[in-house]
Design a binder for this molecule. Structure first.
Ligand code: PAF
Length: 300
């Protein structure tokens, strides 16, 4: 399905019969992390829609829009057997008939300019704009997002609250390889040496977690130190935030916090995050997403 009118017609029909709708927005290049979102969506609603759209609006002029993997056939094959009702894969002209730069945009609040937003100016405005359009087109009861893009989850949740949108956001823990690397569509760009080096992101989060008992400064120092001797890895940021505000915590902060890390491994930019419990015993459970981890499921 690649037209807005076509998707709306199918969903209107199902809704008339009383069906609820779950939306899983993606940019394709699907991996087990995406499939976990789809499985959760299948549990939550009668009709599951997966959108596949590489959104030009959320890529900066020097970013990897052209290189971003487009694997529609493989994506559709990966989704088969998961009970997906509609794959919505519009082209750019369908989503932005007047060109992506021309129209109305959603603007993220101040948090949109921090962390990922500071390194990727305009990224979150572009992301929120397409997500708002997808919500308007599909009018889902629930939309499912991955915890790996923690700042995206925060901003989408804020947008839903701020604009009084009538849907619920469901967040699914990050899926990791057996050695801890968070699944990402960009992992396919890593060569063998970079793939090993990329483990430093998950290792730095582990280091931060084990020193969380000693407070935010110690946690940060340990996490950043983990990057010390990794050639070819450039740390963009390592920060600990209050999940309620997404602002950096101070030294007095106690309780559940979120550690965010971003780094360039060769030419590939990767992000990861983990919940920690600041001020509690090392290794204390920071809640259901403590390690934000699920084992990858067997190949579909
Ligand atoms: O997380 C992504 O893949 C994208 O940011 C999203 C939510 C599909 C919007 O383009």
């Amino acid at each position: 399905m690649n037209t807005i009118a076509g998707l709306r017609a199918v969903l209107d029909e199902r809704r008339r019969g009383g069906a609820s709708v779950a939306l899983v927005p993606t940019m394709g290049a699907l991996h087990d992390g995406h499939l976990a979102l789809v499985r959760r969506a299948r549990e939550l609603a009668d009709v599951v829609v997966v959108s596949i759209f590489v959104n030009p609006l959320q890529f900066g002029p020097t970013e990897d829009l052209d290189r971003y993997p487009r694997t529609l056939e493989a994506d559709v094959a990966a989704l088969s057997g998961l009970g997906v009702d509609v794959v919505f894969a519009p082209d750019v002209a369908e989503m932005y008939p007047d060109g992506s730069a021309a129209g109305t945009k959603v603007t993220a609040g101040p948090v949109g300019g921090r962390y990922e937003g500071a390194h990727r100016p305009g990224h979150f405005d572009g992301m929120l704009t397409v997500v708002a359009k997808l919500f308007s087109i599909a009018q889902p009861d629930v939309a499912v997002f991955g915890q790996k893009d923690a700042q995206q989850v925060f901003l989408v949740t804020r947008m839903v609250a701020d604009l009084d949108l009538r849907l619920r956001i469901e967040v699914v823990p990050t899926v990791r390889e057996a050695d801890g690397l968070a699944l990402s569509s960009r992992n396919r760009f890593l060569d063998g040496r970079e793939r090993v080096a990329a483990l430093v992101l998950a290792e730095s989060l582990d280091a931060a977690r084990t020193s969380a008992a000693d407070g935010a400064s110690e946690l940060l120092a340990e996490g950043v130190a983990a990057f010390g001797d990794h050639d070819g890895v450039d740390l963009d940021y390592f920060v600990v935030v209050d999940p309620a505000t997404f602002l950096p915590v101070d030294e007095e902060f106690r309780g559940r916090a979120l550690v965010l890390v971003a780094a360039r491994v060769g030419t590939t930019r990767l992000i990861d995050n983990a919940f920690v419990e600041i001020g509690a015993d090392a290794g204390a459970d920071a809640g259901p997403d403590a390690r934000a981890e699920l084992p990858p499921s067997p190949a579909e």
